[in-house]
Design a protein around this ligand. Structure first.
Ligand code: TPP
Length: 683
């Protein structure tokens, strides 16, 4: 069997996107990808050869004629973004990075595919491999990240001008990507926002792990994307002329573009091409030999002959002059704009403005205390933070008025005004969280969201990836307990704090009052290498810290908010709305002659990270520890010890006014005091 793709010579030479080098045919260049993918998977004895072999023609056309990139500077801010959403096909991107000349992926690293410490892990990890834009593998995420990247691009272009921000976002997505629900949320948002610089190449091979796609899906993807406001077209994904023409047309689209590229998975493999058997396991020696014959690729494993490698390397240099021109345009920007652009791209905060804003909020709260819900405290903080930190882009998944994430000055980011700083994400929590990851990865913006804490479940796959990637995205999650009241157990988070705290590298904040809320916001912003979630109340809370205090006390993770009169017999640890309950319990205990101290624990992770001595000091040595949180106990033993008493939830909540619920579930000052007294043997 011979591969059927046309040679590059068939593409008209007048084509603006002519191949970078005629020294090797399109077929030879694409076959280099195929060979590297088969050989690396074979050597690793695991991996996914089918997808890179099938998508090699699409990727070759994209990388040799369209994608604007500079292997010498993988972080060039105005590069086109390329997202391999079908992360299992990771050898596709590693082959491309090697062939085009990125230092991060050498032939040795390709030989070490999937081995410990290699830059070629099983699925692409952006924090391991320069040139990889995002971490993909969980299907659908990459596509949704790309939507966020395209949003950030449009926003940055609106703010700084298209002289310095003018790039596209390309995605290769698979059947699996498009079957995942998040792809719908993201693509509908992209269509609505008319993100016309987003171009998705759908690897339309009709095969997934279980076999033919027809086992599980009969969607007309072209119609689907058109219905979402995209331009969509169907082409032969092995015909470089057709691929070139479709990409050429996409350059001037007024909508996002989806190109369904009909391909054969495992292209070239004599018996496995077009079959699920080429998807996720080594092809085997015989099949590889057959594929080499079919593709007329007679070179040894991992050997890319000089003319082919040379042609690829030339392709890698295509954007050199564009990069140099861009450098000049950046240098020509007014000095203050250039400094600001560079600051935002580096992810550095406007330190002074931020510090002043936080101070202003704290001074105001000391002068005029606010006994309000922490969601309202958050809005109060944002009124100062949003003007001070212009890269903050807020939003909500259709709960703007409940999450309090839109400040008065914020304009909506829309298809007619990308300079806006507030995004109506629609009822799309997962798409929102995944798009936010893409925005943060793009750089220049700090995205924050809004939804109910209970719907963190709907965001969780993307939050987990933000934590893995170490991206600064901030999730405002209100209605954080039974304290939301009448909406009942469907809306009352019980296990969500524990579930979020279980994610490594995610900061989960639960501030107790207005002062803690602004402190937690400051910490979320300052932690530029990890995501945060702020759990905030619907119900009003007293402002416990009424004196001005310049220090960010939440930074320690936990601190004594109310000391004992005398030597404490009891330490009460609480978070958020339950800190006020703990303070009332302290009074009840004092009335019984039991000195107790109250420790607010706004962030478990920061407490766990505190120096041992500081941690021991704040945990203290009282005879009895009590934890209070209107949520499950899981995770609390690290604070109160296995012998600590816990006052919280062990079931789902119920629908009722919140004060009745606190009584019903026994989360009251009296029950906290009783729990302590029982432990002391004084009940
Ligand atoms: C969210 C998620 N679910 C399941 C998987 C496991 N998985 C990896 S690839 C794949 C589907 C493969 O089909 P397709 O996306 O069409 O890729 P191709 O077979 O074309 O390589 C699945 C289910 C995954 N990576 N992510």
């Amino acid at each position: 069997m011979k591969a059927t793709a046309s040679p590059t010579a068939a593409v008209a030479s007048s084509d603006r996107h002519a191949p970078a080098d005629a020294g090797a045919t399109h077929n030879a260049m694409a076959n280099a990808i195929r060979a590297l993918a088969m050989d690396a998977v074979e050597q690793a004895k695991s991996g996914h050869p089918g997808m890179p072999m099938g998508a090699a023609d699409i990727a070759t056309v994209l990388f040799t004629r369209f994608l604007k990139f500079d292997p010498a500077d993988p972080a060039w801010p105005d590069r086109d973004r390329f997202v391999l959403s079908a992360g299992h096909g990771s050898m596709l991107i590693y082959a491309l990075l090697y062939l085009t000349g990125y230092a991060s992926v050498t032939l040795d690293e390709i030989r070490r595919f999937r081995q410990l410490g290699a830059t070629t892990p099983g699925h692409p990890e952006n924090f391991i491999t320069p040139g990889v834009e995002t971490t993909t593998g969980p299907l659908g995420q990459g596509l949704a990240n790309a939507v966020g990247m395209a949003i950030a691009e449009r926003h940055m272009a609106a703010v700084f001008g298209d002289m310095v921000v003018d790039h596209k976002t390309y995605v290769i997505a698979s059947d699996g990507d498009l079957m995942e629900g998040v792809s719908h949320e993201a693509s509908a948002l992209a269509g609505h926002l008319k993100l016309n610089k987003l171009i998705v190449l759908f690897d339309d091979n009709g095969i997934s792990i279980d076999g033919a796609l027809s086992l599980a899906d009969s969607t007309d993807q072209v119609k689907r994307f058109e219905a979402c406001g995209w331009n969509a077209v169907r082409i032969d994904g092995h015909d470089p002329v057709a691929i070139t023409a479709a990409l050429e047309k996409a350059q001037s689209s007024d909508k996002p573009v989806m190109i369904a590229c009909k391909t054969r998975i495992g292209y070239g493999a004599p018996t496995k091409q077009g079959k699920a058997s080429s998807h996720g396991s080594p092809l085997g020696a015989d099949e590889i030999k057959g594929a080499r014959d079919a593709l007329s690729w007679e070179h040894a494993p991992f050997d890319v002959p000089d003319p082919v490698l040379g042609a690829w390397r030339v392709a890698g240099q295509r954007a050199k002059s564009a990069h140099a021109e861009w450098n000049k345009r950046l240098a020509a920007l007014a000095a203050d704009r250039r400094v600001e652009f560079e600051r935002r791209i580096k992810g550095e905060l406007p330190a002074q403005a931020l510090a002043e804003a936080v101070r202003m909020v704290k001074e105001s709260l000391a002068a005029t205390p606010k006994d309000i819900a922490t969601r309202s405290s958050s809005e109060f903080a944002l009124e100062a933070l949003v003007p001070a930190v212009p890269e903050m882009i807020g939003g909500s998944a259709d709960l703007t008025g409940s999450n309090n994430t839109r400040t008065k000055s914020m304009q909506v980011l829309s298809a007619s005004d990308y300079s806006g700083r507030f995004i109506h994400y629609g009822v799309r929590e997962h798409g929102m969280a995944a798009a936010m990851n893409g925005m943060a990865l793009h750089g220049g913006v700090i995205p924050y969201s809004g939804t109910f804490l209970v719907f963190s479940d709907y965001c969780r796959p993307a939050i987990r990836l933000a934590a893995l990637m170490g991206e600064r995205v901030i999730h405002v999650m209100t209605h954080d307990s039974i304290g939301l009241g009448e909406d009942g157990p469907t809306h009352q988070p019980v296990e969500h704090l524990a579930a979020l705290r279980a994610i490594p590298n995610l900061l989960v904040f639960r501030p107790a009052d207005a002062v803690e809320t602004v402190e937690c916001w400051e910490l979320a912003l300052r932690n530029n290498d990890r995501p945060s979630a702020l759990a905030l109340t619907r119900q009003g809370l007293p402002q416990l810290r009424r004196e001005f205090d310049a220090e960010n006390r939440c930074a320690a993770g936990a601190y004594e908010i109310a000391g004992a009169e005398g030597k404490a017999e009891v330490s009460i640890f609480a978070t958020g709305s339950e800190v006020a309950i703990a303070v009332e319990a302290q009074k009840l205990l004092a009335a019984r002659g039991v000195p107790a101290r109250v420790v607010s624990v706004p962030c478990f992770k920061l407490l766990a990270e505190a120096p041992e001595a500081a941690r021991r000091a704040v945990i203290g040595i009282a005879r009895v520890n009590v934890g209070v949180e209107a949520a499950v106990r899981q995770g609390w033993d690290a604070v109160i010890g296995v012998d600590g008493a816990f006052v919280g939830m062990s079931s789902f909540g119920a629908s009722a006014p919140y004060k009745d619920l606190y009584k019903h579930f026994g989360i009251t000052p009296q029950s906290v005091a009783d729990a302590a007294l029982r432990k002391l043997g004084k009940a």
